[in-house]
Every structure is written in structure tokens, then in C-alpha cells.
Design a protein around this ligand. Structure first.
Ligand code: AMP
Ligand code: MG
Length: 413
């Protein structure tokens, strides 16, 4: 049996970032740029005012307070046909192009604007109360991005600000590593599809939906392939439907039971690279390759499937997406009760992680059975008990994986 870290390394060695595609801007959120983005034009494209105020020549107001003649009123989106000459000022709004002749903008708050009752359009003069410096409140053309700059480098994960930046460069699509397509197959004679009649001894297929949700969470495209019976013929048939998926994730049939055929099937049709990992839950995991299709065979127990997908499926997906931050978000937290760990396996314990002034605290949810999905649904983290520890005392500081960090911060409210 191999350890979790070695299993992850072996599995990840089978994956590469997927090819680059151009996709509409909004669909690129969370994906990784596959090429440098070179700015074809400057942002902002012209010199403009950063404030509502008066454009003027800084030298004219050097001995403020001074009174200047108001010669125009420039809104954003219009260009004044006039220039600002000596002794003159122009009313100007945020984002409007700076008129010729002007070299600074004085904010309304530094003029007599506020206490002058005259309507803006009828103003002929303005008193400037404070001397500006050249360039005050002026945004230069190209101040944000100069033409030829590379504001986004290959390998950058695109967040909302990056999406906005691409739009500012007049790009309606983004070149990113495409999303992995992940086939999801449940196995087991006892497993009935959601909506089908439940025969004697049958249970619902919860795994496929949980796994598809995980694939979505990690920016993949899940394809549900239904439920295969515990027979090689059925598995072979399902495999044909996996088509050109980038990864096939199965659940069930990888243990040592009489009808656990998935691992043997992998072996006979391709090759098995990992079988059985020193972890709890999730020990009977199998990873192999059939033809060119990587197959991640997860255990059937729902919690084991969940925990092992987080450890192995998640980083495989992220690697295909071009991500390099493959490690699960992890914090150090104070454990609220003693945990025992016999058997030399890494134990992932469902827990509730909270934060207060003293830092992170983590509380095991109590239910340890690997079939108990309710406690997983109530938890927001996995406490990582090292394989080397027989016992971790209450009050110890321990690693805690947080697959969805948002759940942690909402507990602060
Ligand atoms: P197996 O790994 O095939 O021995 O299955 C282990 C346990 O997980 C058994 O109790 C199965 O009934 C259960 N199980 C297998 N597949 C699923 C599934 N798709 N959804 C829910 N439970 C499952
Ligand atoms: Mg089974």
C-alpha cells in the first residue's frame, strides 16, 4: 500500500494542462490564461480628468486664491473644441478628456463652487482656493496599461478584475486552457438511478451527483454516464460512452468483495497504476489508464468517494486547467477533542471549522462511518490526522483542509 502523497504524485504524473481555446469572456471566469495578453492600445486611451472640478493651468493658480474665467463645461464623452488659455478654466467632469492648454484639475471642493448659488451653466468665473501642482487629478493616457504591455501573463487565473481588464482591451473572448470533460460512472448491481423504482436491496445513486457537483466546483464539465452493473460487459459498454472524456471517475467496485470488478477490469483492459492508499476513508482506491483514458476508481461508500475525490480528483482537474496551486487550502486549527488513529493510515475526519479572536478552532462532527453523508454535508472541512499519529490530544494544533473557504468566512457573521 502506498501513502497519500505518493499516490497523488503518481496520479498527477498522468495529467497535463489541456489545449488552449478561445471562449467568450464571461465563460472564462476562474480559468487560466493560456497565452500572454498583449495590449493593442493604451488604457485609458486619452488624457482625462480624475475628478469633477476645473481644468486649468497650474501656474495660473500658483498664488491662490485666484479668480479665473470659465470658458466651457466638458462632460464625459465629449471633447471641448476650445483650449484653456492663461487666466481661464474649464468646468470638467470625471472621465472627460482634458482640454488643450490645461495641465491640472482642481476639485470642486477646492473652489467656491459649493457656496456659489449660480447654476453651473451660467457660471462665468470661479474662485480657486488652493494652488494645484501640475498633473493634479489628471489621468495620463496609458497610465493603467500602455500599448504593448502584458497586463495578463500566461498562467494567470482569471478573476473578475482580469475579465474587466480584458474588456477594457476590447477583447470579447479569452484564450484559456479548456475545461476538462469528466465522465462519471456509478457501478453496482444494487445502485438505482434517481427517479427509477427502488427494487429490493437497492439504494440510490448518490455518488454520481455528488461527484458531478465536485467536478463543477473545480471548473470541469461533468458527463453523467449512469450506472453500470457489476459485470465486465456492462463496464465495457459504459466505457464506450465515456468517448473522449479527459478523465473517467467511477465509484464502487474497487474493494476486495466478490463483485468488485472495476480494478480487475482496469487491469485487463489497460493498466493499474495505484491500488489501495494508506488513508481512511478511501483506502480501496484504484487509478489506471485504459487506452488513453485515465480512470479514477473511487470507493463506493459516499464519504470515501468524497474524501478521495478531494485528494486526487481535485488536483488532477486543476492541473488540466493549467493551475499550479494544486494543494488544498489548509489552515492550522486547535482541535476541540481527542482523536484516535490506529492502523498507520492518514485519517481525514469531517469537522466544523470556526474562527474567533484566538484563531481557528475545529470540532469533529462525530459521525465517522464512511457511508454517512449527512455529517459530510454538515461539515466544512477535513481534519488531517497524520499516519504517524496514534492519537491527537484535545487542544493540539492540527492541519485542516478547507475545500470551500467561503463556508468558513460566512460563519463569522
Ligand atoms: P463498493 O465499493 O462497491 O463495495 O460499495 C461500497 C458501498 O457503497 C456499498 O454499501 C454500496 O452500496 C455503496 N455505493 C456504491 N455505489 C454507490 C452510489 N453510486 N451511491 C451511493 N452508494 C453507493
Ligand atoms: Mg459495489
Amino acid at each position: 500500500m502506498i501513502g497519500v502523497d505518493e499516490a497523488r504524485e503518481r496520479i498527477l504524473s498522468h495529467f497535463r494542462p489541456l489545449e488552449a481555446v478561445d471562449i467568450p469572456l464571461l465563460e472564462a471566469l476562474g480559468l487560466v490564461a493560456a497565452a500572454d495578453v498583449v495590449a493593442s492600445a493604451a488604457v485609458p486611451p486619452f488624457r482625462n480628468s480624475a475628478m469633477d472640478g476645473y481644468a486649468l493651468r497650474a501656474a495660473d493658480a500658483a498664488r491662490a486664491p485666484v479668480t479665473l474665467r470659465v470658458v466651457d463645461n466638458v462632460a464625459a464623452g465629449t471633447v471641448s473644441p476650445l483650449a484653456v488659455a492663461a487666466g481661464e478654466a474649464m468646468r470638467i467632469m470625471t472621465g472627460a478628456p482634458l482640454p488643450a492648454g490645461a495641465d491640472a484639475v482642481v476639485r470642486f471642493e477646492e473652489t467656491n463652487e459649493v457656496d456659489d448659488p449660480a447654476p453651473a451653466r451660467q457660471r462665468r468665473v470661479v474662485e480657486v482656493r488652493r494652488a494645484p501642482r501640475t498633473g493634479d487629478n489628471v489621468r495620463e493616457a496609458g497610465e493603467d496599461i500602455a500599448a504593448g504591455d502584458v497586463p495578463i501573463q500566461a498562467g494567470t487565473r482569471l478573476g473578475p478584475a482580469a475579465i474587466g481588464l480584458l474588456a477594457s482591451l476590447n477583447l470579447s473572448s479569452a484564450r484559456v486552457h479548456r475545461r476538462p470533460v469528466v465522465g462519471i460512472l456509478a457501478t453496482g448491481d444494487e445502485v438505482a438511478e434517481v427517479g427509477a423504482e427502488l427494487g429490493p436491496g437497492q439504494i440510490r445513486n448518490s455518488n454520481s451527483y455528488m461527484l458531478a457537483a465536485l467536478v463543477r466546483r473545480y471548473d470541469g464539465d461533468p458527463v453523467l454516464l449512469g450506472v453500470a452493473r457489476d459485470s465486465a460487459a456492462d463496464l465495457r459498454d459504459a466505457l464506450r460512452h465515456a468517448g473522449n472524456a479527459d478523465l473517467l471517475v467511477t465509484s464502487g467496485g474497487v474493494s476486495v468483495g466478490d463483485f468488485d470488478l472495476v480494478k480487475d477490469f482496469m487491469q485487463s483492459e489497460g493498466r493499474v497504476d495505484v491500488w489501495q492508499v494508506r488513508m481512511k476513508p478511501g483506502k480501496p482506491l484504484a487509478f489506471g489508464v485504459i487506452g488513453s483514458l485515465p480512470v479514477l476508481g473511487l470507493p463506493g461508500n459516499p464519504v470515501a468517494a468524497l474524501v478521495s475525490f478531494e485528494q486526487f480528483g481535485r488536483p488532477a482537474l486543476l492541473k488540466m486547467l493549467g493551475r499550479t496551486d494544486l494543494a488544498m487550502p489548509t489552515v492550522r486549527a486547535t482541535l476541540s477533542e481527542k482523536l484516535e488513529n490506529r492502523g498507520g493510515r492518514r485519517h481525514f475526519v469531517r469537522g466544523v471549522l470556526t474562527r474567533d479572536d484566538a484563531g481557528f478552532r475545529v470540532h469533529p462532527t462525530g459521525e465517522r462511518g464512511s457511508a454517512v453523508l449527512t455529517s459530510a454535508a454538515r461539515s466544512n472541512c477535513l481534519i488531517v490526522v497524520p499516519e504517524t499519529a496514534d492519537v491527537v490530544e484535545s487542544g493540539s494544533v492540527i492541519d485542516v483542509q478547507v475545500p470551500d473557504p467561503e463556508t468558513l468566512f460566512t460563519t463569522l457573521a
